[in-house]
Design a protein around this ligand. Structure first.
Ligand code: FUC
Length: 770
């Protein structure tokens, strides 16, 4: 198979990028984020650090993690309202039940918002007009390069953000020796700024919560350097490098979320460690790290198109669809994931990854758990980047502590943990400040599905046994106490189908998330010492499974839905379809429910927000509807993607990008149905020939697939733990094939009803099809 090693994947532009939202170029190391805009003779670099947030605890205020802790007598009022809601529901008094559920809200104070650290403005003090600009982002190595041409000079700037050394390097050089003159202007709200011996130190405090931050920049130049009026001026230089470090004293640890540390010492230590190294040495460390992750998956879709990105993007709007752009967007999603979340990030990526240019971003640029955060992290698994999910895992484990309080305060039960629609970096686990979007006690189960999937992909048994299983058990125990009988089912109540409503007892989305959690618990019951509650839990589990077809043939979103609700037919959320994706509950043989889901999907249409289209795309991929999938891809690129390839809602939301990349993999290979590998399950007609490699499958293995004229001609599996393999042969070019193992020996197999079985195998397995 082709090798990416020798190839570059570059996104190139020949124009300025003045608008942040749609044109900025993001770089990051999972902690520190830079976004760069170029104007004539000027670059503006927006600085972000993942933990720079307002809100949360502070010395002089009573931060309750959003919980409404008002008491009535000895009880929390929230709990009393919860009880009343359900008493009225059970007495069939919906009006009163609604009235009391509306009181189940959190307190808005101190939720906070993701902040911008500031901007660096770099002015190119050239006397002549700028003749041209060329910008290129090398997404394999995480390197951005800007070239500016003048009458008798050319200035090149290179930027990367290194994860191993946790700093950003900006290097500028001109071809005319000693001709470079620049000024650096620091636009930051700060408490102090000092310059000494090529070292600039800027310190600040977020006034709202006393979070401390520091920016240290070390300048290395062969020219003259001068500091005045908060500006650095460089003259007569050939070469200038900035080594930029940003730190905060945030720590993801309940309840204070602070670390006691000397930020300046820490920052200086980082700088001392790198300042004598050359650009080439530092770039090598960075690019080795970054590209080793990017190169894990390669995707080539054969296309004769040689347009630049700007050309293809324009033509795409005019329906000139182009697989090269479609596959570039796939790799760009992986680039964004690696840049915004890494094993050493303190926090998961937020709604905008780590990039933000306003102190009042929409939805605070927070962590939304009714699909957005989950969607963003699906790519970590199938996308073969397991280390990127670590910050999410740490975040969820910390959230269980305030989440237990939320469970106690709102439901009276001191078990498990409840988180709701949104969270911040400071343990905000309460419902939102309006029941109609904010109440979502099933979010705990939803986010644990990401963590359990990590186990299913990685086979990390110790993680399951020691960390995850106890959490699942505790949560199942809470939900077991909370569910109430309703018709023939068990439900949580009150419930609200995400942002769509209505206030009901249970709904499909919530029931399926709980059913999935209970199933995981029981499937791993061998980890249990005390097996006495098995049967009781099994009984609850069976009565959680709610999948019913309505009178329009649709999958019902609510228990009391007969006909499709006319009002919100095009709603962006398709929460009731979670059973199909991301949960693996609706298998291929479940024709009835798959048909109902298809009807529901068709009614919701092919226009929505960025992530809304992605969830549709993932579901259609599982239904093997390749034609509709391709229409959705076209709509996503035409209507919900900016020129910098950011996906938008609007505004920019990273879930659309990361979900897109996951969906592309879902079109190429699936194994959710009892681990039977299905090749090219929803391959668009236009993707006639190509190859993909390194896609992670369940049970610790990866797959490479090569196809020609829509038929598979070569498969390579890298199986890391001994197992049986089953592959559906319906997309094989022919049934004439050879199977070899790591030692190039022929491997035994059997074929039954179009499925290929290989038993007890480990290592490399290669299938060559004639
Ligand atoms: C969910 C969606 C919104 C938005 C927000 C961040 O609440 O319903 O459309 O994406 O998350």
């Amino acid at each position: 198979m082709q090798n990416l090693k020798d190839k570059k994947l570059k996104i190139e532009y020949n124009s300025y990028n003045l608008v942040w939202e749609s044109e900025t170029i993001p770089l990051g190391n999972g902690i520190l984020g830079l976004s760069i805009n170029s104007h004539s003779k000027k670059d503006i670099i927006t600085l972000n650090e993942e933990s720079l947030w307002q809100g949360g605890p502070s010395d002089n205020r009573n931060y309750t993690f959003g919980n409404d802790t008002t008491k009535q007598g000895n009880d929390y009022l929230a709990y009393l309202n919860f009880q009343k809601t359900n008493q009225y529901f059970l007495a069939n008094n919906k009006e009163k039940a609604t009235k009391y559920s509306e009181k189940l809200i959190g307190k808005k104070d101190f939720f906070g918002a993701y902040q911008v650290l500031g901007e660096i403005e770099i002015d190119y003090l050239e006397e002549h007009q700028e003749l041209a600009i060329k910008r290129s982002l090398d997404i394999i190595n995480g390197l951005y390069q800007i070239e500016r041409k003048y009458q008798n000079n050319q200035i090149t700037k290179k930027i990367f953000v290194s994860n191993p050394n946790n700093f950003a390097l900006l290097k500028l050089c001109s071809i005319n020796k000693t001709n470079l003159s620049l000024s650096f202007n620091f636009k930051q709200f700060r408490n102090s700024i000092k310059y000494d011996n090529n070292n600039l130190v800027v310190k600040g405090i977020i006034s709202d919560n006393n979070l401390n931050w520091i920016t240290c920049i070390y300048f290395k130049t062969d020219g003259l350097i001068n500091y005045s009026n908060n500006k650095i001026m460089i003259a007569n230089a050939n070469d200038v490098s900035l080594y930029l470090v940003i730190l905060t004293n945030y720590k993801n640890l309940y309840p204070t979320y602070r670390e006691n540390t000397n930020l300046e010492e820490k920052a200086q230590e980082i700088i001392n460690n790198i300042k004598d190294k050359t650009y080439d040495e530092l770039y090598k460390i960075h690019s080795t790290d970054f590209s080793s992750l990017m190169k894990r998956i390669e995707l080539n879709i054969f296309s004769k198109n040689n347009d630049t990105l700007e050309q293809s993007f324009k033509k795409y709007q005019n329906k000139k669809y182009n697989p090269k752009l479609e596959s570039l967007l796939f790799q760009y999603g992986r680039y964004l994931l690696i840049s915004s979340t890494r094993e050493n990030s303190k926090l998961p990526l937020n709604l905008q990854g780590i990039w933000n240019n306003t102190n009042t971003p929409l939805w605070s640029s927070d962590y939304h758990l009714n699909i957005n955060l989950e969607m963003s992290y699906w790519l970590s698994l199938k996308g073969n980047l397991f280390e990127t999910i670590k910050p999410l895992i740490n975040f969820v484990f910390d959230l269980t502590k305030p989440g237990r309080e939320t469970a106690r305060i709102y439901t009276g039960i001191n078990k498990g943990f409840l988180i709701n629609t949104q969270a911040n970096p400071f343990g905000w686990s309460a419902p939102g400040w309006d029941f109609r979007w904010g109440w979502a006690p099933e979010s705990s189960a939803f986010i644990l599905s990401n963590l359990y999937d990590y186990y299913k992909y990685s086979n990390n048994y110790l993680f399951l046994k020691n960390d995850l299983y106890p959490l699942i058990k505790d949560l199942v125990s809470l939900y077991s106490d909370l569910v109430i009988p309703y018709n023939n089912f068990f439900v949580l109540s009150p419930s609200y189908s995400p942002e769509h409503g209505d206030i009901t007892m249970g709904n499909t989305y919530q029931n399926l998330l709980l059913y999935n959690l209970f199933s995981i618990y029981l499937n791993n019951f061998n980890l249990e010492n005390d097996k006495s509650n098995y049967l009781e839990t099994l009984k609850i589990k069976d009565r959680l499974l709610y999948l019913e077809v309505g009178k329009n043939g649709q999958l019902k979103e609510w228990f009391n839905e007969d006909y499709l609700n006319k009002k919100d037919l095009k709603h962006r959320h398709i929460s009731h379809l979670v059973g199909l994706y991301p949960l693996d509950l609706i298998k291929k043989s479940n024709y009835k429910i798959r048909k109902a889901i298809f009807i529901s999907l068709k009614k919701r249409g092919l226009q929505s927000t960025g992530w809304g289209l992605i969830h549709r795309l993932l579901c259609y991929a599982r239904l093997n509807k390749s034609k509709i999938c391709y229409k959705l891809i076209n709509n996503i690129i035409k209507n919900n993607t900016y020129l910098n390839l950011w996906s938008f809602h609007p505004p920019f939301q990273i879930d659309g990008n990361l979900g897109y990349s996951t969906a592309i993999l879902e079109l190429l290979v699936q194994d959710y149905d009892n681990e039977v590998i299905e090749l090219l399950p929803a391959l668009p007609k236009k993707w006639r020939s190509g190859n993909v490699s390194g896609v992670a499958l369940l049970n610790n293995k990866t797959i490479d697939i090569k196809w020609h004229r829509h038929k598979v001609i070569e498969i390579l599996l890298n199986i890391k733990t001994n197992q049986n393999i089953t592959i559906n042969t319906n997309k094989f070019k022919s049934l004439k094939f050879t199977i070899t193992n790591s030692n190039n020996n022929l491997v035994n197999y059997k074929i039954e009803k179009g499925v290929l079985f290989i038993f007890n195998i480990e290592g490399i397995l290669k299938i060559n099809i004639k």
